[in-house]
Design a protein around this ligand. Sequence first.
Ligand code: NAD
Length: 388
Amino acid sequence: MLVPRTSGALVPRASGALVPRASGALVPLKFGALTQSDSHGNLRCVFRRSPCMLTTIFQAAYNSCAPGRHCTAGGCAGQMKVLITGGAGFLGSALANRLLAEGNHVRVLDDLSAGERQRLDPRVAFSGGDIRDVPKLWTLLRGVDCVYHLAARVSVPESILYPVDYNAVNVGGTVSLLTATRDAQVKRLVFASSGAVYGEQEQQPVREDAILHPATPYAVSKTASEQYVLAIGELWGIETVILRIFNAYGPGQPLPPSHAPVVPRFLNQVVSGGSIVLLGDGSQTRDFVYIDDVVEALVRAGQARGINSSILNIGSGIEVSITDLANTIMQVTGNRVDCLYRGEGEAGVSRLVADLTLSREKLGYQPKTTLTEGLRLTIMRDPRFSAT
Ligand code: NAD
């Protein structure tokens, strides 16, 4: 919580915070209220929530207006100050480097549990730490126009083994970030959710208004986080945008020894001349979206106007079976290997493909990279697959 240091300073107080009155009595403040300290250091409430006024006051209080930055009422265009949580990860680092290359000031918070600092352009301001560290977040959010929230534990099978951890980091981390975002009066928060929230759905391609059936702790953690994002955003006048990202792939995607994502796992198995191991019977379908298309969507979500509280699918819009993925990888690499089928236990939902109508309409999002082209680019740009 921010506290006044000088007489007359305006400070935000958390919802229900107790502040001293001139009489010495403590009174709870309603959320959104601002307080002003008098010459005795006492606080008084000066006005209730008014997002425009709050923004003006806090911009002045934080002296955050960077030269050349052109913030608009809905979204930010031009040079921006952004914080990316999980910014040393697969998607976060690509986003950070792209935003930096476009002239923005980029900060990253990552605990490096899965991320790598070397992925980032050295001009990115990196800070190591946990997403639940609220005081650290206050510091990092100072003067920020838009925060991208990507920090999370991301393995579905691992979440089944460690649901407590997944809840603590993914849900607890989101709530911590939201409260710090509120305190720092950051205008917009973009949340990286997942197509996993849909679970098994009869209607495909799946639309954002489908009834969710999250079936794993990872999917539940993303569903709960979405609800927190919408609720706290609405309560405190933070513009929020939720992107439900489907199966992203591309150069640099982590390849852990167990539970690796399917695209780098198959690529690794094919280029090393081994066998491809398919879970289930290979008929289950997914929507594979190339990293550059996801990053484009994230950039647009931070800048577009009139999209407050939107939930948008980000995929390729193309339904591909796991068997077809294996065949396409063999075709692109020119290596033919055996396919082994291993039980049905970990195959996941039977079908999943994104309906992109809404993201097209709200973001002008149009995925540009076909699966074949994306796989070629991945092999070309990722030494793990091109060096063999
Ligand atoms: P990633 O694992 O590469 O990135 C996540 C980052 O968060 C890592 O760098 C990790 O070190 C960091 N992190 C984890 N716990 C943290 C903590 N407690 N404090 C601070 N940092 C922490 O995964 P990714 O594929 O880049 O995914 C990024 C985001 O996008 C995640 O929220 C993920 O759920 C979401 N998403 C990804 C995909 C995909 O296909 N890659 C699909 C849907 C949603």
